[in-house]
Design a protein around this ligand. Structure first.
Ligand SMILES: Cc1cc2nc3c(=O)[nH]c(=O)nc-3n(C[C@H](O)[C@H](O)[C@H](O)COP(=O)(O)OP(=O)(O)OC[C@H]3O[C@@H](n4cnc5c(N)ncnc54)[C@H](O)[C@@H]3O)c2cc1C
Length: 374
């Protein structure tokens, strides 16, 4: 069967907070965005709407003083993007070609040609893959099991309770330290006898009286009930092979995140973990016309509101680019759709074929004098 070809000015990958916010802004700017998102797939752990679809209460998204369920919040985002005419396509993008514009994206049934591309494909928390960890109703994910202390730590279910953090890197130390603000006690369970975390993070955790370490140990299973959530874990000492049941009210899995950037390897600049590199002053990647927003380019904040904020930036950057206005690139250059560079002092424009001309406004004779008197 022949593939259908779609040609669009703005194509967005991902329907989490970043992608849907980009869609709201691009659609309101009459850019008719096409948003492509992966279908629900239990094995690959994808759900249209992104990571918030696997959580329950979101208490820190501004505008919802009583909190809101993650899936309900994403439903509101989606309705707002639909209201302004965003077109949705639910399929996996399997390959991209960013060597020239228009960029080409391939799905099972389509070839999509895009003048600008906004990547909002997010990141996925790494999980242990043990019984009891999966999302409700298959396990206690969202009911006592979490991968985000900033998001879930302050919830009533975890306050003044004994909690377990799994991991030994910086993320685990950060999560454990953060959780001590609310928890009675935090136990860090780590497979080895020393941490991978940086020295400063280790020392901070060692000094904290609410944190204790359980070394050379793995979590084999998470127990609980639908009513009470998590009630305990099965610990497995890797040196003695002994197993014990350890009572706790919550498990925070902190073994890292994986940005969803496989598709862009070899084409876009990434850090050593795979997060896309963007400019400090815009969401531009190293390829003019390709922008990245949300968790796919943010290994630090990883919140719905920051994802939405950078989603807005990406749409405005794409709009500026399509309007032939300069956009700040990661190397400090500013570049337009025609490949013109603006010098860092903004005084000159260098065209794609190397010609340089002034970027200063032309001042009419006589105007200069009157301006300087003002
Ligand atoms: C359990 C949990 C609870 C959380 N709770 C909170 C909270 O209370 N408050 C808060 O602010 N933040 C919370 N977060 C963090 C928040 O969910 C993320 O920061 C936010 O979702 C990031 O948004 P995003 O749009 O960048 O990406 P995501 O939400 O990750 O969405 C990315 C989308 O892109 C799709 N995609 C990826 N690759 C492809 C492809 N090749 N083709 C097509 N589609 C693709 C994915 O399927 C996904 O739908 C939580 C996270 C988790 C895991």
């Amino acid at each position: 069967m022949d593939k259908q070809t779609l040609k669009r000015d703005v194509v967005i990958i991902g329907s989490g907070p970043a992608g849907l916010t980009a869609a709201i802004y691009a659609a309101r700017a009459n850019l008719n965005p096409l948003l492509i998102d992966a279908p629900a797939d239990a094995e690959k752990q994808t759900t249209p709407g992104g990571q918030l679809m696997i959580t329950t209460e979101v208490e820190n998204y501004p505008g919802f003083p009583q909190g809101i369920q993650g899936p309900a919040l994403m439903e509101e985002f989606r309705k707002q993007a639909e209201r302004f005419g965003t077109e949705f396509l639910e399929t996996w993008i399997t390959e991209v070609d960013l060597t020239e514009r228009p960029f080409l994206l391939y799905t099972a049934g389509h070839t999509v040609s895009a003048q600008t591309l906004i990547i909002a494909s997010g990141a996925s928390a790494k999980w242990l893959g043990i019984p009891g960890e999966a999302k409700v109703p298959y396990g206690f994910g969202g009911n006592g099991v979490s991968a985000c202390a900033t998001c879930d730590g302050p919830l009533p279910a975890f306050r003044n309770k004994t909690l377990v953090v799994v991991g030994g890197g910086d993320t685990a130390m950060e999560e454990a330290t953060f959780l001590t603000r609310y928890a009675k006690k935090v136990y860090v369970v780590h497979r080895r006898d020393k941490l991978r975390a940086s020295k400063i993070m280790q020392e901070k955790a060692f000094r904290n009286e609410k944190i204790e370490f359980i070394w050379n140990t793995a979590v084999d299973e998470i127990f609980g009930t639908p009513e009470d959530g998590v009630t305990g874990v099965k610990l497995h000492n890797l040196q003695t092979n002994e197993t014990t049941i350890f009572p706790c009210a919550g498990v925070f899995v902190a073994i890292g995140h994986k940005p969803n950037t496989e598709l862009f390897k070899g084409q876009l600049e990434m850090d050593e973990v795979g997060y896309l590199k963007t400019s400090g002053h815009s969401t531009a990647t190293n390829i003019p016309g390709v922008f990245a927003c949300g968790d796919v380019q943010d290994s630090v904040y990883r919140q719905a509101v920051t994802a939405a904020g950078t989603g807005c930036m990406s749409a405005l950057d794409a709009e500026r680019f399509l309007d032939h206005l300069p956009v700040a690139m990661p190397d400090g250059d500013e570049i337009t759709i025609e490949g013109e560079h603006i010098t860092p002092d903004h005084k000159a424009i260098i065209t794609a074929d190397g010609h340089m001309f002034s970027n200063e406004p032309e001042v009419a004779v006589g105007e200069e004098q009157s301006q300087s008197r003002e």
